[in-house]
Design a protein around this ligand. Structure first.
Ligand code: FNR
Length: 350
């Protein structure tokens, strides 16, 4: 898939400040480029003479069937990319047999996103005033969310307009540029959200995992883990999965990349929970490498956003299907018939 061309088409349709916000990383563009290069640098050792049948990519994540272990990362305010926003992303994911994360910062009501027909997981930024988070969690459950993605790497929410380095997420809860507002809070809650109560909870600890499980009854995926010890603590506290992520390079500029720490996290979790990875996944080969190291699935962010901006739901489907086709090609050459055959022995030692 020609992602450079797709991004160019997306950029041509987006207002400059929106494109800049979506593309932004914590340092410069080299932060994400370095992380993509780390996926590229993984060397694979193909198996031959296996009698392998044509590859099948179908699998499950937390029990939910997906056509391939390539899922859509939660990204804020998709109405900036397309008038139907997350509703279109969901429809595009459904056509590809995928699953999407839905950001706290969406301007589309959960029920409308659910109409898109894809399984979806709600992404939560825990707010200082937990009444806001509780309300969002309850509404997400009512609309059919299958899990909660608890984002733990960036808890200080700030609107991109606030700073030159667009490293953080919207927080004034009403996007002044587009007029889009968070659709899943009431007027009264929005009023609370605009004050201190809407800020990210900086003192977040593992007890948040128990709290979310109690409020929702849903499995919790901890998003933004980059260390084995943190992953183990999250799982000990009841997390069903951990998502190894640098927030697409939007958090700490000097952070290690997901590719470099995935094996450590997989080993620390030791099969007690599912492990996923994102940040810099740009091809089926990257996905194959992540799965071989031990991820159950990978999430993709910006490429899906470019597909959405360029061609709406159909663009989302095209990106997901192209990545899946590339994964099939990689599995074929690696001698893997199913995703379970993507095992660590396929990865060359560094
Ligand atoms: C994000 N990401 C993100 N993560 C999250 O937990 N909540 C959010 O609201 C957002 N919003 C958001 C907006 C935009 C425009 C981008 C690009 C990213 C991070 C996202 O879930 C994921 O971790 C990264 O995007 C993955 O990296 P790639 O695939 O974009 O390199």
């Amino acid at each position: 898939m020609d992602l450079v061309e797709l991004e160019r088409r997306a950029a041509a349709r987006l207002p400059q400040h929106v494109y800049d916000y979506m593309r932004a990383t914590a340092g410069g563009s080299e932060v994400l480029e370095r992380q993509i290069a780390e996926w590229d640098a993984i060397r694979l050792r193909p198996r031959v003479l296996t009698g392998a049948t044509p590859p099948a990519t179908a699998t499950t994540v937390l029990g939910t069937p997906v056509a391939a272990p390539i899922l859509v990362a939660p990204m804020a305010q998709q109405v900036d990319a397309h008038p139907d926003g997350e509703r279109a992303t969901a429809a595009g994911a459904r056509a590809a047999g995928s699953l999407l994360g839905v950001s706290t910062n969406t301007a589309v009501p959960f029920a409308r996103i659910a109409e898109g027909g894809a399984p979806w997981w709600f992404q939560l930024y825990v707010t200082r005033d937990r009444r806001l988070s509780t309300a969002l969690l309850e509404r997400a459950v009512a609309a059919g969310a299958g899990a909660v993605l608890l984002t733990v790497d960036i808890t200080r929410l700030r609107h991109p307009r606030a700073g030159a380095s667009v490293s953080v997420e919207p927080t004034d809860w009403t996007d002044g540029r587009t007029g889009a507002r968070l659709a899943n809070l009431t007027e009264e809650e929005l009023r609370i959200a605009r004050g201190e109560g809407g800020r990210g909870d900086r003192g977040l600890g593992v007890d948040a995992i128990t709290w979310i499980r109690e409020v929702t009854g849903l499995p919790v995926v901890v998003k933004g883990v980059l260390r084995g010890d943190d992953a183990a603590r999250a799982v000990d506290a009841g997390a069903a999965s951990v998502l190894v992520s640098t927030h697409g390079g939007r958090g700490l500029a000097s952070s290690v990349g997901s590719a470099a720490v995935l094996a450590e996290v997989v080993s620390a979790v030791g099969g007690r929970a599912e492990v996923y990875a994102d940040s810099g996944i740009r091809s089926g080969l990257h996905a194959a490498a992540g799965l071989a190291i031990g991820a159950r699935a990978v999430f993709v962010g910006r490429p899906v956003m470019w597909g959405l901006a360029a061609d709406g739901a159909a663009g989302v489907t095209t990106v997901l299907e192209a990545l899946r086709d590339e994964l099939v090609g990689a599995m074929d050459l690696l001698g893997a018939s199913t995703v379970a055959d993507l095992t660590p022995d396929l990865v060359a030692p560094r």
